[in-house]
Design a protein around this ligand. Structure first.
Ligand code: ZN
Length: 229
């Protein structure tokens, strides 16, 4: 019986590789490898995981001798591979978390939100009601986002880029600053007329509940009454 050599295009089957590397061609080995195949299949091991574990066996010193030793060594290699995959994933995750933000405009989200909508802009004026819109940022994240939306399947949906937006509404910075001052003035007026806004009462109630009385002197038990009532 001749064994066909695997061409580079053909994936190597781990059993074939094992037989070739360890001269495991006896009928007894055939049965053993079949049983291992069932076992690894049940464990959800892929052929590529198994072939690289089989290759790693050749670097072992001392080399396994008996089927039970081979099986134990194979499983140890598979565990080592799992561990290295896990460590790589963990390292990737950590570097994602600790990576400093590169774009201060969008915080690396790719979106710039809260810009005056072109529909409610008349020259330098941002007219009432002041609709807002989002555009994709000028940074790399924004460019990736923009092209992803533009080529989205089945419904490509082009979104405006920062570049196009700034060209169509060059006054956006002044408009947003005006709006910011306006909001601050609105909040101040509301506070003067109606006292602190509702949310502040809620925050105070929560603080009191946890014994950090913002106004001083109230027992947590008392504030619970207030919270419920
Ligand atoms: Zn950005």
């Amino acid at each position: 019986m001749t064994t066909a050599l695997a061409t580079p295009a053909e994936p190597v089957v781990w059993v074939d590789l094992f037989q070739a590397l360890f001269h495991a061609n006896t009928p007894a080995w055939g049965q053993t490898l079949f049983a291992w195949g069932q076992l690894f299949h049940a464990e959800g091991r892929s052929n590529s995981e198994l072939t690289s574990a089989v290759r790693a066996l050749t670097r072992r010193n001392p080399m396994p001798n008996y089927p039970t030793e081979f099986l134990a060594a194979l499983r140890a290699e598979l565990r080592a591979q799992d561990e290295s995959v896990r460590q790589q994933a963990e390292a990737r995750r950590c570097s994602e978390i600790t990576r400093p933000i590169r774009c201060t405009t969008c915080g690396d989200s790719g979106w710039c939100c809260g810009l005056p909508s072109l529909e409610s802009v008349r020259g330098p004026e941002w007219i009432q009601p002041r609709w807002t819109c989002a555009v994709t940022c000028h940074c790399e994240a924004g460019q990736v986002l923009n092209s992803r939306w533009a080529t989205r399947q089945p419904e490509p949906k082009p979104v405006m880029s920062w570049h196009d937006y700034a060209r169509k509404n060059p006054h956006y910075e002044a408009q947003m600053e005006t709006r910011r001052l306006e909001v601050a003035a609105e909040v101040m007026t509301a506070e003067q007329e109606d006292g602190p806004p509702e949310w502040r009462a809620t925050v105070n109630a929560i603080l009191s509940r946890y014994g950090q009385d913002p106004s001083g002197g109230q027992h947590p038990e008392d504030s619970r009454e207030q919270w419920n009532g």
